[in-house]
Design a protein around this ligand. Structure first.
Ligand code: M6R
Length: 366
């Protein structure tokens, strides 16, 4: 059942080229410039004319929501709020029929997310679900939705569901941008073609396994970890830190790289590994200067960079090279080495990676 892998988590990490392709199958046809999301068809008008998009979720699904905030604002120019379902439901939030609410959930059973949906629905908003489990409570409670089609995810740490969520949200953002005219046709076509190459590029990123296993051996006894990224890679930093803490029990924090100087920099010494996501994008130069700041304080630097990067190599203790892609699609690739890193560290520490202590796969109580 684990397909020859030692753990479900490792199996699910390795399934990602296929699960992302499954998620895009029948929806994305770049050659003919087509993108069809069945669940969206009847609600496209509402979506296009929404005054605001509210995304609600918990945990890793909330991180996928953060990536979507960047996607929707960049391509469709609609303001987005990303809300922890547990906070949203108890805050008496301002919601109306002009809002388009997207609820993201792998299991489709998360109690807080379900309650957030009911609340938004009672205020007249349109609710769209991005769920993995077909026929789940959240899938049924929403007006419409698109399944992620990642297949069953058994490991408590979410991996392939996260990349499938981002894949659906990316397709939604591109479609919305195109329909609204905020994303010009030529650019839209270009992005669709690049999106189609992602499964192959994830496959390539998976080949980093052995290199990352060696890095894991070096840092498995660390007591803390810091993850830093900017822009589209800020949610990836949060997700990398969550993956590590939930399965290895090492304290880890994710931050937007530029926030380091407002506090976390005080933590840096020779015992602090800092994982940077420093791909060649619009904030690259700034992230490189953050790397220099950590180096000056003797922190250990593990950097996820774009293939062929030469500058970071001179600064970092370890560089992990991932294939180049559009800036907006980098999370789909950059998260993979971070999943692999936490997996190996947890295994080396003798942790139960598939069923970490105190955690459940679906959180059906608040
Ligand atoms: O099933 P959901 O996506 O609604 O679950 C939300 C969180 O409980 C979940 O993502 C949790 O944070 C995972 N253990 C993260 O790996």
């Amino acid at each position: 059942e684990k397909g020859g892998y030692e753990h479900f988590m490792l199996k699910e990490i390795n399934e990602q080229p296929r699960s992302i392709a499954d998620c895009m199958r029948g929806r994305l046809d770049a050659k003919n410039g087509r993108l069809v999301l069945g669940g969206l068809r009847d609600y496209m008008n509402k979506f296009q004319n929404a005054e605001r998009i509210i995304i609600t979720a918990c945990g890793t699904s909330w991180h996928a929501g953060l990536v979507a905030e960047y996607l929707f604002e960049e391509f469709a120019r609609i303001p987005v709020e990303v809300e922890y379902a547990s906070e949203f439901r108890y805050r008496n939030p301002v919601v109306s029929e002009k809002d388009f609410v997207i609820a993201i959930s792998q299991s489709g059973e998360t109690a807080d997310t379900l309650a957030a949906i009911e609340l938004a629905k009672s205020k007249g908003a349109t609710i769209f679900g991005v769920c993995n489990v077909v026929g789940s409570s959240i899938a049924r409670a929403t007006h419409a939705g698109s399944y992620t089609h990642a297949g069953p995810e058994i490991g408590v740490a979410s991996t392939k569901a996260f990349t499938a969520q981002i894949s659906v949200l990316t397709m939604m953002a591109l479609k919305l941008g195109y329909q609204r005219g905020t994303l010009p046709e030529s650019r839209y076509i270009q992005l669709l073609s690049e999106l189609e190459t992602i499964p192959g590029k994830v496959e390539k990123a998976l080949k980093l396994n052995d290199q990352i296993e060696k890095i894991a051996a070096e840092y498995k006894d660390s007591r803390n970890f810091l993850y830093l990224g900017r822009g589209y890679n800020f949610p990836v930093a949060l997700e990398g830190a969550l993956k590590l803490k939930e399965i290895s029990y090492i304290h880890a924090e994710g931050y937007p790289a530029a926030e380091m100087k407002h506090g976390p920099i005080a933590l840096i010494d020779e015992e602090m590994p800092v994982v940077f996501i420093a791909t060649k994008d619009s904030s690259y130069e700034k992230v490189v200067s953050n790397i220099q700041e950590v180096k000056a304080r003797k922190g250990k630097i593990i950097a996820v960079v774009t293939e062929g990067d030469t500058s970071v190599r001179n600064l970092a203790d370890h560089v992990i090279e991932i294939p180049a892609t559009e800036e907006a699609f980098v999370p789909l690739l950059a998260v993979v080495p971070l999943q692999i890193l936490s997996y190996h560290i947890a295994v080396m520490r003798g942790c139960n990676v598939d069923q970490p202590r105190n955690l459940a796969k679906s959180v059906t109580v608040e």
